[in-house]
Design a binder for this molecule. Structure first.
Ligand SMILES: *Cc1c(COP(=O)(O)O)cnc(C)c1O
Length: 220
């Protein structure tokens, strides 16, 4: 099999396992244009990248009906490079960042969808809002402070561990917050789960998963 065939097969394996109401974000970071095009040709339209510069280059080179999600930490001074085309920014981890996204969205006269990234892992390295910060920011949003952003849901990454109970505990914690906030204003997207833990995430209530290596192969 050539590379495009392998990608197509990996992609179909994942698609077949996902419940119909679970969205797949194909995480294409570090992978070349041709690989993304192959998965696009197999039918995928939603792709995730974690670096602005890489995303901008890929956006320019690939079909314009791709919905791009930014899933990595975003510096405020780089929002302007993606504001014109980004579909969803999944990694909103501060109030200042949300303000800047709103400002840039106004410039382009559009509404940018965002997810609040919440810190659920025990590892110190993983970023995201603390629980109380997420609640406070959502409250400000409900007051109408950010007219050109739409908070569509939450994103979280679990601790990197083989202990499934730990991972499930962290995902369930985010699901609880999702239900709490959703009671105030309906949220559509709970983004949790990657190649190694997406089944646990779905069992815990995820309706959007971010899968990279299980489709594109291990990253170098
Ligand atoms: C890289 C990345 C993924 C995908 O990870 P895989 O293990 O390759 O599936 C998902 N979410 C975020 C935030 C990432 O940075």
């Amino acid at each position: 099999m050539n590379n495009a065939e392998i990608l197509r097969e990996n992609y179909h394996k994942i698609i077949e396992q996902l419940p119909v109401d679970v969205q797949l974000v194909a995480v294409s970071k570090t992978n070349p244009i041709q690989a993304i095009q192959a998965v696009y040709d197999a039918g995928q339209r939603v792709f995730g990248e974690n670096k602005v510069q890489e995303l901008v280059g890929k956006y320019a080179a690939l079909p314009k009906d791709i919905q791009w999600h930014l899933i990595g930490h975003l510096q405020r001074n780089k929002v302007k490079y993606i504001a014109e085309f980004i579909d969803t920014i999944q990694s909103v981890d501060s109030e200042k960042l949300l303000e800047e996204i709103n400002t840039q969205a106004i410039k382009y006269n559009r509404v940018i969808k965002v997810l609040l990234q919440v810190k659920i892992a025990e590892e110190e390295t993983k970023s995201g809002l603390e629980l109380h910060e997420a609640k406070e920011l959502f409250q400000r949003y409900l007051q109408g402070d950010f007219c050109n952003v739409e908070i569509t849901g939450l994103m979280g990454m679990a601790t990197f561990t083989q202990q499934k109970e730990q991972v499930a505990k962290e995902f369930s914690y985010l699901k609880q917050l999702f239900d709490q906030l959703s009671a105030k204003k309906k949220l559509s997207t709970l983004s949790m789960g990657m190649s190694d833990d997406y089944q646990i995430a779905i069992a815990c209530g995820a309706n959007s998963v971010r899968i990279g290596s299980a489709i594109f192969g291990e990253r170098k």
